[in-house]
Ligand binder design. Structure first.
Ligand code: MG
Length: 282
């Protein structure tokens, strides 16, 4: 082949490749076939509105994770960053007349501590389906036994309790230890640390759904304590109760996160929540 012929052939090939490339690009845009951004000629996924690798399916939005595991991701609602309780208030005990007061738990050195008798600490922000991270420590000075040692609790929607208790060398009933869904489900394991040591909860919570005042989907939670799974999508039978089974009562789609005042000076730090509003959308 002459130089000229070679040039013509290369040019033709390049043009041809260009056309193929353009077609591929167009094919992706029109989602009419194979392409790195998805397909439209693939089978329907069962129980979803999307096809396999659907080119039209919305892609996950970017969320910058915290610098270290446990730090709040970019889209988290930070409820306590070590400084103040401006995101909280106390719900006065009913015997004290109920209602709210300014947050009265003690803040010191990057943590806060339950002040017995002031009532549960209730977030001003409200949440439905969500991811919760918080760290807690049972009192270093060991006092009391069973449920009267280092008792507090994570009251999701002010109702559904993941128990906080000093469960180090402290036998109690199975559905009442640290990590239990109180009064309903024992944790799979006891992964509690010693009193005074910081412990980490990571919780994924799905809120209950109500129709015409009746529960049509129970709340459930996946719970990790110190990195170990204790519950996986475990359903709440109803709101937290002592010695009885309580039935669901319809409530708002979003409610406050609360921390229980059980009288013991349990400490908390690094609390953040992420809304998972679209979690159950297919
Ligand atoms: Mg409790």
């Amino acid at each position: 082949m002459s130089n000229r012929g070679l040039l013509a052939a290369v040019t033709a090939a390049a043009v041809c490749m260009g056309i193929v490339y353009a077609q591929t690009k167009q094919g992706q845009k029109k989602s009419s076939g194979g392409g790195e951004l998805g397909y439209s000629d693939t089978p329907q996924l069962p129980n979803q509105k999307w096809k396999v690798h659907d080119v039209e399916r919305p892609r996950p939005r970017d969320v910058a994770p915290g610098a270290r595991v446990g730090d709040p991701p970019a889209d988290a609602v930070v409820l306590f960053d070590g400084r103040d309780l401006s995101k909280w208030q106390n719900r006065r005990k009913s015997r004290d007349g109920g209602g709210f007061t300014e947050a009265r738990w003690k803040v010191a050195d990057g943590y806060f501590e339950v002040v017995g008798g002031t009532g549960d600490l209730v977030s001003k922000d409200k949440f439905g389906d969500c991811q919760i991270h918080l760290e807690w420590a049972a009192p270093a000075t060991v006092k009391g036994r069973s449920q009267l040692r280092g008792n507090s609790g994570v009251l999701i929607m002010e109702r559904y309790e993941v128990q906080v208790l000093d469960s180090w060398d402290n036998p109690t009933y199975a559905d009442g230890g640290a990590g239990s869904i109180y009064g309903q489900w024992p944790p799979l394991f006891n992964t509690a640390r010693k009193p005074g040591e910081w412990q980490v909860y990571d919780i994924v919570f799905e809120a209950p759904r109500f129709e015409n005042g009746k529960v049509v989907k129970q709340a459930n939670a996946t719970v990790f304590l110190n990195g170990v799974v204790l519950h996986h999508r475990q359903e709440f039978i109803g709101p937290m109760a002592h010695r009885i089974v309580k039935q669901y009562e319809a409530h708002a789609a979003k409610e406050s996160l609360a921390l229980q005042d059980h009288g013991d000076p349990v400490r908390y730090r690094n609390i953040w929540v992420r809304n998972l509003g679209a979690y159950d959308q297919p």
